[in-house]
Design a protein around this ligand. Structure first.
Ligand SMILES: N[C@@H](CCC(=O)N[C@@H](CS)C(=O)NCC(=O)O)C(=O)O
Length: 217
């Protein structure tokens, strides 16, 4: 059955891979599922046709036959449950990998997004300079804990899983801040994720949309 996802017609990041369609592309690439992409403009995202797919008017969405999904956590879990490669077969290991998916989205992503939003939308506020270190420290605090748990392991819990896919996706947003490099094991973990051929294909595909050039190779 054909899989169709939506992505920004023009991503605000210009193709740095931070728009959330990248993590869905990555999951599909990891499990070897072909997919189509429907590009949407910001105005189209507010139209009834898109709101019928995504109640909050965001990207990405995921269509497969009669099934329509939104929320990248749900989409990646759906892909991982239906195709081998992103979740262990052992029931307990599978539950732990899903736990890491939730941890990435519910515990690690929120302070990182708060930092992004502060820098994007609050830099002109009189309290910005005072608040920024507080927001950065909340990120550091989470990374400190995550770094302690990862230690010198390659992935969070045994083999690479959907939990790692989401955790790396979430951490990638921190690269420009320099904070990630304060935690060498996390920086190396993110680099391992980026080095995966499936990630590279996903990244190149979203970049091609934003540069108008077809992916290399
Ligand atoms: N929690 C949602 C967040 C989706 C989201 O924030 N999408 C962004 C692009 S990465 C978006 O559509 N932003 C435009 C908007 O919110 O109007 C998910 O993981 O899918």
């Amino acid at each position: 059955m054909t899989i169709t996802i939506t992505a920004f017609e023009r991503s605000p990041d210009g193709g740095k891979g931070l728009a959330r369609d990248t993590r869905v592309r990555w999951a599909l690439e990891e499990v070897g599922q072909p997919y189509r992409v429907r590009l949407v403009s910001f105005s189209a995202m507010r139209e009834p046709a898109h709101l019928a797919l995504h109640p909050f008017g965001q990207i990405p969405t995921y269509e497969e036959g009669d099934l329509v999904l939104f929320e990248t956590g749900a989409i990646v879990l759906h892909i991982a449950e239906r195709h081998p490669g992103l979740l262990p077969t052992d029931a307990n290991a599978r539950a732990r990998a899903i736990t890491w998916m939730f941890a990435a989205l519910n515990t690690v992503e929120p302070p990182i997004l708060e930092l992004t939003i502060a820098k994007l939308l609050e830099a002109d506020k009189p309290w910005y300079e005072k608040r920024l270190p507080l927001v950065e420290d909340r990120v550091r605090s989470r990374l400190n804990e995550l770094s302690a748990r990862l230690g010198d392991a390659e992935w969070l819990d045994g083999a690479f899983s959907a939990g790692d896919l989401l955790m790396v996706s979430v951490l990638l947003r921190l690269k420009p801040s320099g904070i990630l490099n304060e935690f060498p094991n996390l920086a190396a973990y993110v680099a391992r994720g980026e080095a995966r051929p499936a990630y590279k294909r996903a990244f190149d595909a979203q970049l091609a949309v934003n540069t108008g050039k077809p992916p290399a190779g």
